[in-house]
Design a protein around this ligand. Sequence first.
Ligand SMILES: Nc1ncnc2c1ncn2[C@@H]1O[C@H](COP(=O)(O)OP(=O)(O)OP(=O)(O)O)[C@@H](O)[C@H]1O
Ligand SMILES: [Mg+2]
Length: 220
Amino acid sequence: MNEVLAHLHDVSIGYDTPLIEGINVEISEGDVIAILGPSGIGKTTLLRTISGLIRPLSGEIELAIPSRGGLGYIPQRLGLVGNLSVRANVSMGARVRTSRWWPAVFPLPKEFEEDISKAMRHLGIEDIADQPVRILSGGQQRRVATARTVAQKPKLVLADEFLGELDDDNVEVVMRTVHATIRAQNSALIMVEHHEKLAKEVANRIWRIKDGKLIEEVVS
Ligand SMILES: Nc1ncnc2c1ncn2[C@@H]1O[C@H](COP(=O)(O)OP(=O)(O)OP(=O)(O)O)[C@@H](O)[C@H]1O
Ligand SMILES: [Mg+2]
């Protein structure tokens, strides 16, 4: 039985004026949801609202996930620390589950170190583990941000165009790793994706944002 992880009740989102109104959706364990819609329509704002970074204009969001590390967010602009190494950035994901998340050099228990190594191995960034993130390519940085979230083992992953700048092989690697993480934890993924074809390949639910509404599409 898959549990409900998040419930949005008649939620409106936006800043001064609403961008999307009347959102009523549930997100359950095992869901892989792709959000589609044109630039500037409010997709990032929706992820930020679900994550709690900004408040909805009205309505209510219920989250049933662990408060420490239960929610993983891969932002559109990644939010990596450029001067720190790949390993230190990935370790921050695991650190979210502890009370020792800062500084990033503080030693972690063995189990967490294994999660960090595994995440880096799966995303093919082990050989650049000691390099500072700022010198990496866009696609490499995206894999670092994904590894950071994988090492966190969240119940709900919010990913904003995290497949951008990746070549076909790496899209495959990243999606395979994220799917495996979701299965292992029985978590859910909500991803914003510009490429409709790709979204339909990987998601089992599609949310299309159109004319200020969220429309759930039937996936064929
Ligand atoms: N902090 C903010 N304050 C006020 N308005 C904002 C803020 N952030 C974004 N907006 C506006 O909200 C609208 C939606 O932005 P959002 O980033 O959610 O779009 P998006 O669908 O993610 O677009 P893209 O596909 O280009 O990433 C835009 O018009 C944007 O200018
Ligand atoms: Mg966006």
